[in-house]
Design a binder for this molecule. Sequence first.
Ligand SMILES: [Zn+2]
Length: 300
Amino acid sequence: MWKFSFSPLDRQSHCRSDETQQAKWRAQDNVKLVVFNEDLQLLMSPDGLHAANAAHHTNAPDQQHWLYLGHAENTPWFSAVVDSHDFELSFHQQWKSLRLALPLIAEPYASTIAYAKALHYWHQQHQYCGRCGEPTEIYSAGHELVCSHCDSAIYPRTDPAVIMSVTYKDELLLARQSSWPEHRYSVLAGFVEPGESFEQAVKREVWEESQLKVSNVEYLGSQPWPFPCSIMIGFTAEASSQNVHLLDQELEHAIWVNADNFIEQLESGDIILPSSGSISYHLVEHWAQSLGLNIAKYKH
Ligand SMILES: [Zn+2]
């Protein structure tokens, strides 16, 4: 399985509105608190996630602003955002962006952090009512925002994006964006548009990015992706030809790889795989395994 898909938390959504219960959990000795700053950087200790006993830290944030994430066995998990200017770091603590922090954090904690970060990002984007512009207020332990003026209720959202391995016979299409590190290649991906099924989004995105027509679109799996609040829905798809034309400005180069040249290009460094925690890596691995290729050695 891929990263961010392991959250062990029982979200207990039926308890979110029970303020008495929430207050008891926040005061519990074994409570875990994940702390972010205003830029949604994560509070880290040298050995990884700083959550143990954080609730009893002298400068722990006001309990009223904690978001309830759920329970892992008997341990309640919360998260909070603090103002880094008012928050005194212990000598060994530091703020780290999620892109830098998450590779250092093992599962199942990475999944929990990704979940918390997506929730806080949603809060930051909805501080004001989209209908009347007045401030929103937090309800349901952070899982509902209600306008202070017109009572509109807003619920957390996640942005669906499709990601797909496109094959032609035994060959796989890989492409790269100009903004990526040199030699990094991946499969194609793009956001789902309103009024579109995932399968239609796969066909449209592949067409827009490569001018290839695909069929046999099959679901492979999904991965919450907290950069900033997406879910990647993975598919395999078969192209009707290999005539790629890059129209999308985002992609600067695309190549077809096969059983004969793929390992060679990985070995030489001409192709660097996507990070092994991503669903894109697993889509590539899924194709490689179907041909009996082992790419584990090139994981990073
Ligand atoms: Zn309003």
